[in-house]
Design a protein around this ligand. Structure first.
Ligand code: 2NE
Length: 272
């Protein structure tokens, strides 16, 4: 059963599976192959924030409406000289904020891909922690064909995922790759028949949800830490602080401060 909690969204559908701990965020612009405009990205950011803050949610699925596309990138009809502009007329590249949000979100995000994941849509699936693809999925970058590129995560994460030579091929030639090619390249975790896509994705979610949430949280940040530099260390370090606060040693420091006395750390061993 799905509990609609995304009232007020126009470009996405936001659902939470009752009793499961799974949130599902669906880009809902199928008439444009789920291309995103600034409003779409604003809504995605709101939904991801909600799923992050909901302690009941342990895994988030990102997908696109329909079977034709996961996402075809930025809406080219709205592209101007300073980014993508919709209601307020300001050009933006707010999808870059969304990429960072997914990367830093302390819960696994799974891209569930049917049809095209191309351009900025391909980058969105790459920044997700896992990708489950339907047999009809097609992956590729189109930027250099349409006068665009992503020199950030879209390049560095791709190079890590599929290797520097293959990443150059993908960006320089702008070829499309089918699901089985993508699996061989290491772009996706599994390929399943289209009719099994959701079932298989939920199965992966449930397997993750059976495991320790703290272990998963720390592992996500540690798997990103080297590549994300200072920001990666900050994320990983934040998890260390989070766990340290639960210890008697940390509590002694805080309690002593509140009681206006010197802290007594003498009973805490200096472990080898
Ligand atoms: C995705 C693809 C390959 C699908 O092809 P097909 O043949 O299945 O569909 P079709 O007919 O091309 O698309 C259906 C409708 O969706 C629109 C199309 O214009 C078409 O509209 P109508 O002609 O029916 O009115 N549509 C699809 N993608 C769109 C898009 N991204 N923007 C606006 N309208 C779009 C094929 O549609 C395709 O190649 N799409 C373009 C992919 C693309 O180049 N994306 C932008 C890359 S740049 C980017 O995303 C980016 C970045 O590089 C850096 C930062 C931020 C974003």
């Amino acid at each position: 059963a799905l509990d609609e909690s995304g009232k007020g969204f126009t470009d996405i559908i936001y659902e939470k599976a009752v009793g499961e701990g799974i949130a599902k965020i669906t880009i809902n612009r199928p008439e444009r192959r789920n291309a995103f405009r600034p409003q779409t990205v604003k809504e995605l950011i709101r939904a991801f924030n909600d799923a992050r803050d909901d302690s009941y949610i342990g895994v988030i699925i990102l997908t696109g409406k329909g079977n034709d596309a996961f996402c075809s990138g930025g809406d080219q009809a709205l592209r101007g000289s300073d980014g993508y502009a919709d209601y307020d007329g300001f050009g933006r590249l707010n999808v870059l904020d969304l990429q960072v949000q997914i990367r830093r979100l302390p819960k696994p995000v799974i891209a569930m891909v049917a049809g095209y994941a191309v351009g900025g849509g391909h980058i969105l699936h790459m920044v997700c922690d896992l990708t489950i693809a339907a047999e009809n999925a097609i992956f590729g970058q189109t930027g250099p064909k349409v006068g665009s590129f992503d020199a950030g995560y879209g390049s560095s994460i791709m190079s890590r995922l599929i290797g520097p030579k293959k990443a150059r091929e993908m960006w320089f030639l702008c070829r499309f790759y089918n699901a089985s090619e993508a699996e061989k390249m290491g772009l996706v975790n599994a390929v399943v028949p289209l009719e099994k896509l959701e079932q298989e994705t939920v199965k992966w979610c449930r397997e993750i949800l059976r495991n320790s949430p703290t272990a998963i949280r720390v592992l996500k940040s540690s798997l990103n830490a080297v590549d994300d530099g200072h920001a990666g260390l900050q994320e990983l370090g934040g998890n260390a602080t989070l766990m340290f606060y639960g210890t008697d040693e940390a509590k002694e420091g805080k309690t002593a401060y509140m009681e206006h006395r010197k802290p007594d750390f003498s009973k805490f061993s200096r472990k080898p």
